[in-house]
Design a protein around this ligand. Structure first.
Ligand code: KIV
Ligand code: ZN
Length: 558
């Protein structure tokens, strides 16, 4: 590829920078621009009803500042703005934000759009980009500053005349801030601020857009730190970020920008927006959560967030979208499944309240994903994953010998439908049932009874089936199982004994079934065979398990 065609963007000549050693300690002020930047980038823009639904949902998620449109540029945006105000749909404490260019008739229409609103952010912008000043506007730096100042003055005038009691917040964006010489960006913002005269009580928002992402995230952080340390108004302004995702690093630029001193972030749900989108606020918020910082936005029902977003925008959230995609909490690989399984168990054993599960950076339950299959079984899966599914869905804690034996059974089943064939939990249980529990040929168990003599020696009388024919058998031994084994081997003629035994309740509660796992050893050839039995009575499940293990042995040796 022809790399000579491109030149790296200039870096900021800073000898000292503080941001690399800082951490994000608290949530920024969030501003959703879904209904403006996001909407203007949609193939089919949202209808009024969709905008209302989206707006109400953003309020529910906890946004207190929402850019709802560019009312002077779009009749739909104007009508939407009026609809919200006239129908009193803006909750107390929420400010709507409207975008305007620095042109008199546009500012006038914008001010008309927000008349009567309780709280409104008037967002003035003009492009300050070095390239655009040259090739688009033919501007000298002074012309660019003049344009911003004209807009700033006009807005101030309109506000001074407003009698509707609106609380106005002012915002200025040097569009393409990150493609502007840092000194010039400070100059133009300070010029606007000199007109607006913010105070510590009445701060102005200075929004620093990375309108197009041209450089690595560290350069943007330098630009933000440079701005924060060179403006004359730092303590009277809210420094806001508005990053786009051309290079795929908008989340990093916003995070570094916050470390560099910013207080506020503009972005959209799932990063919808022009070209590759705006910064994704969902990712930013959950990134904060996993660092132990309350993001002050509620994404605890991620599936609902996805549903509303997809329904209103017509866009899709990809399967691997951070924290939200359908596959992001799912492990297919055997070693990952095993580690997740062990991590979860250790947390339970240690009663830990701090999340520490390998391969799962957050608890999926925190974003409402507790019921989805975290571990899914395909041909890449291993024993850990299969055990996890059996435990989580059916309360079956497979002993190691069963785990080993069952793995190739599951693998073979996944490969039957091609390497991508996935087995659902019920299919895995059915396979287990077929292979170890429901093995009723050639011998079946109809019923049995036990009696004990004064020496505690048990006698078992059982009715079994041999290839469908009923047969009564009888044996004695030390306890029920021993007596049954004696009766059974006397009848069948193959000498065996139980070499391993375990059982547990499959789920808690009075109606719980018991599952017994039996390993028998054929005393004639030394081979071992396993089988399982399920019943509401532990003794029944044990006897059934013996019969199944025996049937499995017969299938191999005959
Ligand atoms: O990306 C951008 O620069 C914008 C401005 C209007 C803030 O959307
Ligand atoms: Zn933008």
């Amino acid at each position: 590829m022809n790399s000579k065609k491109y030149e790296a963007y200039p870096t900021v000549p800073m000898t000292e920078r503080k941001w690399p050693t800082r951490a994000i300690k608290e949530a920024p002020i969030w501003c959703s621009v879904d209904l403006r930047d996001g909407n203007q980038a949609l193939e089919v823009p949202m209808t009024l009803d969709q905008k209302v639904e989206f707006f109400e949902f953003l309020c529910e998620l906890g946004f207190k500042e929402i850019e709802i449109g560019f009312p002077a540029a779009s009749e739909t945006d104007y009508n939407f703005c009026r609809h919200l105000i006239d129908n009193d749909l803006i909750p107390d404490g929420v400010a709507i934000q409207v975008l305007t260019q620095s042109r008199p008739h546009i500012i006038e229409k914008t001010m008309e759009a927000v008349k009567g609103c309780k709280r409104a952010v008037i967002h003035l912008y003009n492009s300050t980009s070095t390239l655009q000043r040259d090739v688009v506007f033919g501007f000298e730096p002074e012309d660019c500053i003049d344009l911003a100042e004209v807009g700033a003055r006009l807005i101030k005038e309109h506000i001074s005349k407003d009698e509707s009691g609106t609380e106005f917040i002012l915002e200025y964006s040097p569009e393409s801030f990150s493609s502007t010489e840092p000194e010039f960006a400070v100059r133009i913002c300070d010029a606007v601020l000199s007109i607006w005269q913010p105070t510590e009580e009445n701060k102005v928002i200075i929004n620093l857009p990375e309108t197009v992402e041209y450089q690595t995230a560290n350069v943007f952080a330098d630009q933000v730190e440079y701005f924060c340390t060179h403006t004359k108004w730092r303590d009277k302004i809210i420094v806001s970020l508005h990053t786009h995702n051309d290079r795929g690093t908008a989340v990093a630029t916003s995070e570094f920008g916050l470390m560099a001193g910013a207080d506020r972030v503009e972005g959209t749900l799932f990063g919808n927006g022009e070209r590759t989108g705006n910064v994704d606020i969902v990712t930013l918020a959950i990134n904060m959560l996993m660092l132990g910082v309350d993001p002050k936005l509620d994404f605890s029902n991620m599936n609902r967030v996805i549903d509303v977003y997809e329904e209103c925008t017509g866009m899709k959230v990809e399967a691997r979208h951070p924290w939200a995609g359908k596959l992001v909490f799912t492990a297919f690989s055997g070693s990952h499944q095993d580690a997740i399984n062990k991590g979860r168990k250790k947390m339970e054993e240690r009663h830990s309240t701090v999340w520490a599960v390998p391969y799962l950076p957050i608890d999926p339950a925190d974003v409402g994903r507790e019921y989805e299959p975290i571990i899914r079984i395909n041909s890449q899966s291993g024993r850990g994953g299969i055990s996890y599914v059996m435990e989580k869905y059916f309360g079956v804690h497979l002993p190691k010998s069963f785990q080993r034996d069952f793995l190739p059974v599951v693998k073979a089943a996944t490969e039957e439908g091609g390497s991508e064939n996935e087995l659902l939990p019920q299919q895995i249980f059915d396979l287990f049932d077929d292979k170890y529990i429901n093995v009723l040929e050639p011998y079946g168990l109809k019923n049995f009874s036990e009696s004990q003599d004064s020496e505690q020696i048990s006698t078992v009388e059982a009715l079994i089936t041999d290839n469908g024919e009923e047969v009564a058998i009888r044996g004695t031994g030390n306890g029920l199982l021993d007596a049954f084994v004696t009766a059974f081997k006397t009848y069948t003629g193959i000498d065996f004994e139980i070499s391993d035994y375990s059982e547990h309740a499959m789920k808690s509660g009075s109606d719980s079934a018991a599952i017994t796992y039996i390993e028998i050893v054929n005393l004639e050839n030394g081979e071992t065979y396993i089988g399982a039995g399920v019943s509401s009575s532990v003794t029944k499940s044990s006897v059934r398990a013996v019969v199944c293990a025996y049937n499995r042995m017969i299938k191999v040796i005959r």
